[in-house]
Design a binder for this molecule. Structure first.
Ligand code: SAM
Length: 155
């Protein structure tokens, strides 16, 4: 683990270090047959974002367990996402990953996105147009809904 801080009660840095580029390459490329997956070794975005040549990202899956890493990755990817882009987080709501829950919940009031979560520990953030006509409000279960879409359940 890297970037664990005050927001992360269960991490101290250094956890999950029993791996290597060779081990993960073997798993993905040879055992799972996912030869098109490109692996970047290092801390993202600090050490490896410069290796990404694509200027637009439509989908991003964040599975880093701690607050600051998730926040830094989102800060890098969000400006590169078109409206309709999707960010999926692992471990939302899990006690061991309280920093992820906090990071996702901080986005719930932002006007340019819709935040939902399921009972499996996935949170999904959908990029929306950042325009006054489509600003969101939060319904009774904490999910943002577009104010431009009349819904009988939330008049
Ligand atoms: C729960 S593990 C998940 C790993 C992988 N997704 C899997 O399912 O096997 C989280 C990993 O994210 C790594 N991590 C945390 N912050 C990171 C960052 N900013 N850049 C790269 N890796 C990071 C941690 O070191 C840890 O190995």
């Amino acid at each position: 683990m890297v970037k664990a801080g005050r927001e992360d009660a269960s991490y101290r840095n250094g956890e999950h270090s029993d791996t290597s580029l060779a081990l993960v390459t073997d798993l993905l490329h040879r055992r799972l047959g996912l030869g098109t997956v490109r692996l970047l070794e290092g801390i993202f975005p600090d050490q490896t974002a410069g290796l990404i040549t694509e200027s637009r990202v439509r989908f991003c899956h964040i599975d880093v367990d701690v607050y600051q890493s998730a926040a830094d990755i989102l800060a890098w990817v969000w400006p590169r996402m078109p409206v309709g882009g999707i960010v999926v987080y692992d471990d939302y709501g899990f006690p061991r990953c309280d920093g992820i829950t906090r990071h996702v919940d901080e986005q719930r009031t932002l006007a340019d996105r819709v935040v939902i979560h399921n009972l499996n520990g996935h949170a999904v953030v959908l990029k929306m147009p950042d325009e006054p006509a489509t600003r969101h409000r939060t319904n009774t279960v904490g999910t943002q809904v577009p104010s431009c879409s009349p819904c009988p359940a939330f008049p």
